[in-house]
Design a protein around this ligand. Structure first.
Ligand SMILES: Cc1cc2nc3c(=O)[nH]c(=O)nc-3n(C[C@H](O)[C@H](O)[C@H](O)COP(=O)(O)OP(=O)(O)OC[C@H]3O[C@@H](n4cnc5c(N)ncnc54)[C@H](O)[C@@H]3O)c2cc1C
Length: 435
């Protein structure tokens, strides 16, 4: 098989630069400066001008090499591409280095208690005060908000126009008196996301990404990047280390976060990692004799088939892109495919593991390992995490119902749901309670 020249170049660079004894900060400084942390970005802005699919290949190759990948979290994945597309050169100089080198962590301040699927119905207000904006409202589901230095904020800056036309997009500093972040504990035992209260928080106008009241177009760039990173053929390869000043990872040893060379770590959190659960479940079923159960073998085959279809779909999309076609629907279909895989793993995993699947360690690290050893099932923590986290991927980045609506309207040509909210001004629309 011909060797990919991009991966050859990357591996040469990694041979010369990867050192597990660097701190995370030192390593990300090298990776970010070289263009390999965000290779799909333009060469003049910390990237290498590669296609998204080539960039996915780069992320996987960094991981396979045994080096720590690009900063995880929402900076490289969402904030960076949004600023690359809509930011001014000053904003690119201000924000992109911190994103690509992981020195500043980002969160996404989009969803609100009354605005999730109907994101354009958001009620957080932004009012102009000279060179600044004063922001008041509540956000929810804010992943890694407790570790973030900056937030991608959507605020309503004009309630007198239809809802999509009065929203602006800001990069707001999270550490300020007007912002309170309260973690929400999930049933996995972790607190991945938060509710965020903004009470007269301030953001300078020079941190407004895109035009005043033009934030919906900017938000769509963020959402498109979110969807394309979430499907069953999603990117994978993001580092386990968290960027930014608050998570405390920057000063730790880079090698402690890297996968062993040649390994593919299975993760329960969806994306490409979910495919990695298949061999783990097969091994467990072989070891404990459950493979003798014909219905287990049948469902393992079903899982294998869904994974393969997802892989083929990704290949088809990559092929279409390579010849200059835009495969419009890959985001929605890939995300729906991932939901099916996640649900099957949720049901099949406990059947293979047996009653021990009721044992979940709510503490990370040694406690998880000790529980798995006591139960004599090494896959136990991954399976219980997959079960308890299973609802999440079917909701975030647009729920399954919303993805089906998109497929219904854009592929099947079904009529849109009747509504008058594209014409009426936002202030005249019926709403849930306002804070
Ligand atoms: C793990 C996780 C992490 C998240 N992280 C973030 C984050 O970092 N930042 C952020 O801003 N948000 C985040 N979200 C929020 C996420 O984007 C929303 O949960 C999602 O958009 C759904 O909105 P909602 O929860 O308000 O549900 P709703 O919109 O209230 O939906 C409730 C139910 O109604 C259905 N529904 C709604 N509208 C329709 C319709 N028109 N047709 C058919 N069915 C419909 C939905 O499918 C769902 O089943 C996260 C969510 C999760 C689960």
């Amino acid at each position: 098989m011909a060797t990919d020249p991009i991966i050859t170049e990357l591996n040469t660079w990694l041979e010369e630069n990867w050192d597990p004894d660097l701190t995370v900060e030192q390593w990300w400084d090298r990776l970010g400066s070289s263009g390999w942390a965000a290779p799909a970005w333009p060469t003049e802005w910390f990237g290498k001008g590669l296609s998204r699919d080539e960039a996915v290949g780069v992320a996987r190759a960094v991981s396979a090499f045994g080096a720590l990948g690009a900063p995880g979290g929402l900076g490289v994945q969402l904030a960076g591409p949004t600023i690359v597309t809509h930011g001014t050169d000053d904003q690119k100089r201000r924000f992109l280095p911190g994103i690509v080198k992981g020195t500043e962590g980002w969160c996404q301040l989009f969803s609100e208690p009354g605005a999730g699927s109907d994101l354009a119905g958001l009620q957080t207000r932004g009012e102009r005060d000279g060179d600044e904006w004063i922001v008041t409202g509540q956000k929810v589901w804010t992943s890694t908000g407790h570790y973030a230095d900056l937030g991608m904020l959507l605020a309503r800056t004009n309630p007198d126009v239809p809802k999509h036309k009065g929203i602006s997009y800001f990069g707001i500093a999270m550490s300020q008196p007007g912002i309170e972040v309260r973690p929400l504990r999930e049933m996995t035992g972790r607190a991945l996301f938060n509710e965020v209260f903004l009470t007269e928080a301030r953001v300078h106008d020079d941190a407004r990404i895109g035009g005043v009241n033009d934030g919906w177009a900017v938000a769509n760039t963020t959402l498109a990047n979110e969807r394309s990173g979430l499907g069953a053929g999603g990117s994978g390869g993001a580092a386990a280390a968290l960027p930014g000043t608050k998570a405390g990872h920057l000063r730790r040893r880079a090698g402690d976060f890297a996968n062993p060379k040649g390994s593919a770590r299975a993760s329960a959190g969806g994306g490409a990692g979910i495919a990695g659960l298949y061999p783990l479940l097969v091994d467990t079923a072989r070891n404990n004799g459950k493979i003798a159960d014909a219905t287990v073998r049948q469902d393992l085959m079903h899982l294998y088939t869904l994974n393969e279809i997802a892989r083929f779909t990704s290949a088809r999309v990559a092929g279409a892109r390579a010849v200059g076609k835009t495969p419009g629907l890959d985001g929605s279909t890939a995300k729906l495919a991932m939901s099916r895989i996640v649900r099957l793993v949720r049901d099949l995993g406990p059947r293979i593991v047996g009653p021990a699947a009721t044992l979940h360690s709510y503490a990370d690290g040694p406690a998880k390992v000790a529980l798995a050893e006591a139960a004599h099932i090494s896959a136990l923590p991954i399976v219980t995490e997959a079960v308890l986290f299973a609802p999440a991927p079917t909701i975030y980045g647009g729920s399954d119902e919303i993805q089906r609506n998109i497929v219904g309207e854009r592929v099947l040509g079904l009529p849109k749901e009747p509504s008058n909210d594209r014409d009426l001004s936002f202030k005249d629309l019926p709403k849930n309670a306002v804070r």
